[in-house]
Design a protein around this ligand. Structure first.
Ligand SMILES: NC(=O)c1ccc[n+]([C@@H]2O[C@H](COP(=O)([O-])OP(=O)(O)OC[C@H]3O[C@@H](n4cnc5c(N)ncnc54)[C@H](OP(=O)(O)O)[C@@H]3O)[C@@H](O)[C@H]2O)c1
Length: 357
């Protein structure tokens, strides 16, 4: 019998999760949440550009969605900017017997390091409803957990593991969140962008760093954050904005986990709005526009490059499709798991969804 699924939100990630749910024969779409008045009342098919109506109409009525008693809700709304409301939403589903998978609340990628103001109510809701919750994505997520652990499994001895997203965001249409949070178009020295306030990078990528450390059975003595902007020398026009000379057009940032006084576990981003920006920083191989990469220094030394978006699919669209897939594909494993909060290491080693039919 197909799993009965609700899609919660239809933003960058949500719209792809919704399409995957509609198209997969092992999943039955039973509800869709949308917050914007323009989307409420529309058939789910219209929201993702499919011709055949689903009969499932987008609503902002949380209680009605909870009352559907679906097997699972795919939760991809903007949670970090509205944590209290988002927490209440996921707990309502979990208490009512509906499991949660999602890309939101990136702090929950590793429940053991997540803040207690989140883990305590969520765990209580899971126990009350006999349900589970799992959060993941491509980065943070896949590259800093499954990919890193795959590379480390090929290693005899390692001096460092470095996880990188090196990506040209020039085609990404997200001025409102990514643009503002990363400080693209801002002038270094003005108000620091939200992403680079003290503690924010650690809160987002730290869960992956600590998950790797846990799997390696090492204690991280210190986590250091780093951030460097690169400013444009001439105007740059890209999908999300126009950047004038003197404004930020690329950023390099990340966190380093120190073990034995050295940075042994590093998670790093290089994000540019055009290929010419940040010329001294890392690039993807073979002239590609993006890569999720793990490099293990040691014996034998391992490098794995992941490219999402082939055959004409834009790499930035590939990233959000992959983020949606990463959690939609976990639905069976999460529905079958014992109640509670789950990290990727709690799921079967080779989980995958029914993506071929
Ligand atoms: N780990 C990863 O690799 C990864 C990658 C991408 C994103 N993420 C995470 O996934 C989540 C979604 O990202 P996204 O890029 O899809 O976000 P987004 O497009 O900016 O927003 C997602 C949706 O949230 C809903 N929303 C926004 N403000 C709201 C409000 N005030 N009240 C109620 N709903 C509101 C809207 O839903 P409607 O449009 O349906 O009204 C919006 O489309 C975020 O938590 C993000 O951090 C993770």
């Amino acid at each position: 019998m197909p799993r009965r699924v609700i899609q919660f939100s239809t933003g960058h990630v949500g719209v792809h999760a919704l399409r995957q749910i509609i198209e997969r024969p092992d999943l039955e779409l039973v509800g869709v949440h949308a917050s914007s008045p323009a989307k409420i009342g529309q058939d789910a098919a219209d929201l993702v550009g499919l011709d055949e109506p689903t009969g499932v109409i987008a609503t902002d009525d949380l209680a009605a969605l909870v009352a559907l008693q679906a097997d699972v809700v795919v939760y991809t709304t903007q949670a970090e900017t509205r944590p209290a409301e988002a927490l209440a939403e996921v707990c309502a589903f979990l208490r009512a017997g509906t499991n949660v998978v999602g890309s939101s609340f990136v702090w929950l990628l590793n429940p053991t390091t997540a803040p207690t103001w989140l883990t305590e109510p969520i765990t209580a809701a899971c126990l009350e409803g006999g349900t589970s919750m799992y959060v993941n994505g491509i980065d943070p997520g896949f590259s800093g957990d499954t990919l890193a652990l795959a590379a480390l499994s090929l290693t005899g001895s390692a001096t460092q593991v470095r996880v990188q997203e090196v990506c040209d965001y020039g085609s990404y249409d997200d001025a409102a969140f990514t643009g503002v949070a990363f400080g693209f178009g801002s002038v270094p020295g003005d108000e620091p962008p939200m992403m680079f306030l003290p503690g924010v990078l650690d809160s987002i990528w730290g869960p992956s760093l600590q998950l790797i450390a846990g799997c390696l059975d090492v204690e991280v003595e210190e986590v250091r954050e780093f951030y460097e902007p690169w400013v444009a020398t001439e105007p740059i026009d890209c999908t999300m904005m126009r950047v004038e000379p003197g404004q930020t057009a690329a950023v390099r940032f990340g966190i380093e986990g120190y073990v034995g006084g050295r940075p042994r576990i590093v998670l790093e981003h290089v994000n540019r709005l055009t290929a010419a920006a940040g010329p001294d920083w890392a690039y993807p191989p073979e002239g590609r526009p993006g890569v999720h990469r793990v490099v293990v220094s040691g014996s034998p030394g391992v490098e794995i490059n992941t490219h999402v978006g082939l055959d004409g699919v834009d790499h930035n669209i590939g990233g959000v499709v992959a983020t949606a897939a990463r959690v939609v594909n976990a639905i069976d494993a999460v529905c079958d798991a014992a109640p509670g909060m789950l990290a990727v290491t709690d799921l079967p080693g080779s989980y995958a969804g029914r993506v071929v039919w």
